[in-house]
Ligand binder design. Structure first.
Ligand code: GLY
Length: 373
C-alpha cells in the first residue's frame, strides 16, 4: 500500500533525524564524510574536506526544525572547527561556510554562526581573479587532479551565494559583484547549448580565456555527470534567489528541464547520464537529492504557475522515490556515488546527499520555506 504523502515526508524526516542523533553521538574526530551502509560507520575527514559543512547544515536544519538545543550545540561545535579553513586555498570554502555557518545565521539568527560565515567569506574573497572574473579552484581544491589557479568547476557556483549574503552583512558590495561575475563565467565555462552541463573548464589565469572543457568525475569530457547537472541546478537557483538576477533563473530552468527530460522514469539518476552500461551501473542518490531540493525552490521562484506545479510535482515524486527505495530505517541514504573514476565510495551514504534530502523533507513537512536557504 502506498503511504500518503504527509506520512511519508514525516517518516523520512524522522529517519534522517535519528541518523543525525547517531552521528552526533558517535563521531568525535573530524567531519562525517561518507558512510558504509552495511555497518553504518562513517569515514571522516579530519578538517572537513569540501563536505564538512553539510554535516553542520544537517544540524542547523535539525535545530531549526525541532527547536532542540543539542542540534544547535553540535552545529556550533563543528562550525568552530571550520575556522582554520577560512584560509585554505580552495574554492570549496563556499560550500563549507554556506552550509556550515551561514545557515545558522539565517535560520537561527546565531551570532557565532554569522561571525564564522563572515570569516569564511572574508578569507575567500581575495582569491578572486579579476582578469578571469571568477574564483579558481585553488591549489588545495579537493579534487583528485587538475586543481590550481586556471581551473574551474560548476560545483562552485552555489558557494558564491555565501559572498552575496556576506556582501550585505559586511557592507562589502564588491563581494556581490565577484559572486555574480563568478556565476556568469561558469555559464560560459560549463552550460551547454542544450541545457546539459559539463563539470569543469580550464582558463588562462592571465587573460581569463577559456582553454578547454573537461570533467573531473564524469565518464567522459563530453558526457553529463549527474552531479554536474545537479550542482548547476542548485547553484543557479540559489544565485537567483540571493541576487534576483534573471539570467540565473533562466539557467536554473534550462538545466532543470534537461534533468527532467533525461532522468529515468523511476526518478533516480545514474551517476553519469552517458554511461553505456546503464541500467547495470551505479545510481547517484546524492545528485538526485540535490535536484529534489532545488526543484522545491524553483517551484516558488518561477512566475509561471503551471511550471511551478510541474517542478513541485517532480520534486515530490523524486523525494518519494528516494525515501521509499533508498533511505533505510536507520536513516541511511544509500546508493550515493562519490567518485566512480577512482572507485571511491560508489554505493555509499554521502553526507551532502543526506543534507539535501533532509532539506527537501524539512520543506515538505512544513518546517522550512523552500527558498530560504
Ligand atoms: N566536487 C563536488 C562533488 O564531487 O560533487
Amino acid at each position: 500500500m502506498t503511504m500518503p504523502d504527509a506520512a511519508l515526508w514525516q517518516a523520512g524526516f524522522d529517519r534522517l533525524l535519528a541518523r543525525i542523533d547517531t552521528t552526533g553521538t558517535t563521531v568525535k574526530e573530524g567531519f562525517p564524510h561518507y558512510g558504509d551502509p552495511a555497518t553504518g560507520r562513517w569515514t571522516t575527514s579530519p578538517a572537513g574536506d569540501w563536505t564538512g559543512g553539510f554535516w553542520n547544515g544537517l544540524c542547523w536544519l535539525a535545530a531549526h526544525g525541532t527547536g532542540r538545543e543539542r542540534y544547535r550545540e553540535w552545529a556550533l561545535a563543528w562550525a568552530e572547527r571550520l575556522r582554520p579553513r577560512a584560509t585554505s586555498d580552495t574554492v570549496f570554502r563556499g560550500f563549507l561556510f554556506y552550509y556550515g555557518a551561514l545557515l545558522g545565521a539565517v535560520l537561527l539568527g546565531d551570532a557565532r554562526a554569522r561571525e564564522i560565515a563572515l570569516l569564511g567569506a572574508r578569507g575567500w574573497a581575495p582569491s578572486f581573479n579579476a582578469k578571469a572574473g571568477c574564483f579558481p579552484l585553488g591549489a588545495e581544491a579537493e579534487e583528485a587532479y587538475d586543481v590550481g589557479h586556471g581551473e574551474a568547476n560548476v560545483d562552485t557556483v552555489q558557494g558564491a551565494a555565501l559572498l552575496v549574503w556576506a556582501a550585505g552583512e559586511a557592507g562589502e558590495p564588491r563581494w556581490r559583484e565577484m559572486a555574480v561575475s563568478h556565476a556568469r563565467r561558469h555559464i560560459e565555462f560549463c552550460i551547454r547549448e542544450d541545457g546539459s552541463v559539463c563539470q569543469s573548464a580550464s582558463f588562462d589565469p592571465t587573460t581569463g580565456r577559456m582553454l578547454r572543457r573537461y570533467t573531473h568525475k564524469g565518464i567522459r569530457d563530453d558526457s553529463t555527470w549527474a552531479r554536474a547537472q545537479a550542482w548547476a541546478i542548485v547553484g543557479y537557483t540559489l544565485m537567483h534567489r540571493w541576487t534576483g538576477e534573471r539570467d540565473f533563473l533562466e539557467v536554473a530552468r534550462r538545466t532543470a528541464d534537461w534533468w527532467l527530460a533525461h532522468v529515468p522514469a523511476d526518478h533516480v539518476a545514474y551517476w553519469d547520464f552517458d554511461d553505456p552500461a546503464i541500467p547495470d551501473t551505479h545510481r547517484d542518490t546524492s545528485a538526485t537529492a540535490i535536484v529534489a531540493a532545488s526543484l522545491l525552490k524553483l517551484a516558488t521562484l518561477v512566475p509561471d504557475g503551471e511550471l511551478a506545479r510541474r517542478y513541485r510535482g517532480a520534486a515530490e515524486a523524486t523525494v518519494r522515490a528516494l525515501v521509499e527505495r533508498h533511505l533505510d530505517e536507520r536513516g541511511i541514504l544509500g546508493d550515493g556515488c562519490y567518485n566512480r573514476r577512482i572507485g571511491l565510495a560508489t554505493r555509499n551514504e554521502l553526507i551532502w546527499g543526506s543534507y539535501y534530502l533532509f532539506e527537501a523533507l524539512s520543506v515538505l513537512t512544513g518546517r522550512l520555506e523552500p527558498a530560504r536557504i
